[in-house]
Design a protein around this ligand. Structure first.
Ligand SMILES: Cc1cc2nc3c(=O)[nH]c(=O)nc-3n(C[C@H](O)[C@H](O)[C@H](O)COP(=O)(O)O)c2cc1C
Length: 199
């Protein structure tokens, strides 16, 4: 049975919801799944002033956790077109694991959220995927087996590079059924790939 970590950062809850959907998909495919978040690095007064969702159920991950999983699915929102610094700061502390090659050959994947349709989804996904490739991980995206990403009658997230959602400028849009289906499907694909590689 593959061991999967869904590791996310979320200021306003969109990625938290997506992380739980990714986890649901991985569990449905038979994996043992933990959902953890990375530490908040913004000062408390800044986070409060910006109305961050500070009460999130997921435990906070440590770097030491990472090597205990067969697959790590990383989710962070866009900040100015690239990944949020909270996640970058966490991953930047994994130099020791990188030196030992501790994550080599594990399965990696990325998911994200932006305010707008063209506000940086693909670049943000790749900013995380680049990091995972440096760790030596084997990347799983979100192929067109998630047919929802072809939908042109409504605004939808989802790209071949990973599951996504759109939050709108004021955060009022929540992940849609199609966005959540993409997240579940990516979780399922990662779990199945890890099971093939590690069972
Ligand atoms: C400082 C800052 C910069 C942002 N930059 C972008 C951006 O470049 N493009 C975009 O579409 N959304 C941008 N956003 C919106 C966030 O991506 C959005 O709030 C996030 O996807 C919601 O996910 P969350 O609820 O998990 O935090 C930005 C938000 C903040 C606070």
């Amino acid at each position: 049975m593959a061991k999967v970590l869904v590791l996310y950062y979320s200021s306003y809850g969109h990625l938290e919801t997506m992380a739980n959907a990714v986890a649901e998909g991985a569990r449905a495919a038979g994996a043992t799944v933990d959902v953890k978040r990375v530490p908040e690095t913004a000062p408390l007064e800044v986070a409060k002033a910006a109305h961050f969702k500070l009460d999130q159920a997921a435990p906070v991950a440590t770097i030491a956790d990472l090597e205990h999983y067969d697959a790590i699915i990383v989710g962070a929102p866009t900040r100015f077109g690239r990944l949020a610094s909270q996640m970058a700061s966490f991953l930047d502390q994994a130099g020791g694991l990188w030196m030992r090659g501790a994550l080599n050959g594990k399965v990696g994947a990325a998911f994200t959220s932006t305010a707008t349709q063209h506000g940086g989804q693909e670049v943000t996904l790749f900013s995380m995927i680049t990091n995972l490739l440096h760790f030596g991980m084997v990347i799983v995206g979100l192929p067109y087996s998630h047919q929802g990403q072809m939908n042109m009658t409504e605004i939808v997230g989802g790209s071949p590079y990973g599951a996504t959602t759109l939050a709108a400028g004021d955060g009022s849009r929540q992940p849609s059924e199609i966005d959540l289906a993409g997240a579940r499907h990516q979780g399922e694909l990662v779990a199945k790939t890890a099971a093939k590689l590690f069972s």
